[in-house]
Design a protein around this ligand. Structure first.
Ligand SMILES: O=C([C@H](O)CO)[C@H](O)[C@H](O)COP(=O)(O)O
Length: 246
């Protein structure tokens, strides 16, 4: 049975945007113990350690879904196939890629029984791009403001268009890029049931009212808050609540 066959929303994911596998495994162990649901092999980790990062995460955490944030732009079938064989449950394809690439990633995902996250980063119209990715078979949408884009244009946030993206598609959405901890906690209330925690953990964990500053406690407290947030548009078992007029 697939590790994704029984979802309980909201999902809490940690992005392991690290550059060595030992640190990633240690961080993942803390996260899993603190109750995090999904592990993300972040792009820097995949660049530094390659497929072995996914293989080692899979070996150490056999029951936890793994997202491979490969950001595929071309060669979609092979990239998704390699990640699936290494043990990933979800792969990421870019909404700026050619339609053929998105389709090939989806083909590989269907063949290997994994899921596809379509990422709308740097699309001219992120809402339309999310719809397009869904129409091509993506199972989830990542509504993403890129790291460099945020560095250049201060104040950009995925929260700005999150409601519009959630209303435009029928698949679950994840907001990514520069979220503060309170914004991450608020995602389920915007109808985005996949909540990813990354840089905010180190950037503003001190500002989050927690009983401790150690990663395990912070992760456990944030995960608890996320699960307490009233979920919009989705039921806990992963069923989309129909909207009027849709
Ligand atoms: O995908 C990411 C980015 O493109 C760099 O590889 C990051 O995981 C993502 O932007 C997360 O951002 P933070 O919210 O700053 O952790």
């Amino acid at each position: 049975m697939s590790r994704l066959s029984s979802l309980t929303f909201p999902i809490v994911q940690i992005s392991l945007d690290l550059t060595n596998i030992d640190e990633a495994l240690d961080t993942a162990a803390i996260a899993v113990d603190a109750g995090v649901d999904w592990l993300e092999a972040g792009t820097p980790l995949l660049l530094a350690e390659g497929l072995h990062a996914v293989e080692q995460l899979r070996a150490r955490f056999p029951n936890h879904p793994i997202v491979a944030d490969l950001k595929t732009m071309d060669g979609g079938y092979l990239e998704a196939e390699m990640m699936a064989k290494a043990g990933a449950d979800l792969v990421v394809v870019m909404g700026r890629a050619h339609e053929a690439t998105v389709r090939r990633v989806v083909d590989a995902a269907r063949h290997y029984g994994i899921k596809v996250m379509g990422d709308n980063m740097v699309a001219e119209d992120r809402v339309k791009n999310a719809q397009w990715l869904e129409s091509l078979g993506c199972d989830y949408i990542i509504h993403h403001i890129g790291f460099d884009e945020r560095g250049l244009v201060k104040g950009l946030s995925p929260m700005d268009e999150l409601d519009a993206v959630v209303e435009a598609v029928n698949v679950p959405v994840q907001a990514v890029g520069g979220l503060t901890i309170p914004q991450a906690i608020d995602c389920p209330a915007h109808g985005a049931p996949l909540v990813v925690l990354g840089a905010p953990l180190v950037i503003d964990a001190n500002e989050f009212k927690t009983s401790s500053n150690d990663l395990h406690t912070v992760l456990r407290e944030i995960s608890t808050e996320i699960r307490k947030t009233p979920l919009k548009r989705w039921t806990a078992d992963g069923t989309r609540i129909a909207q009027e007029g849709k």
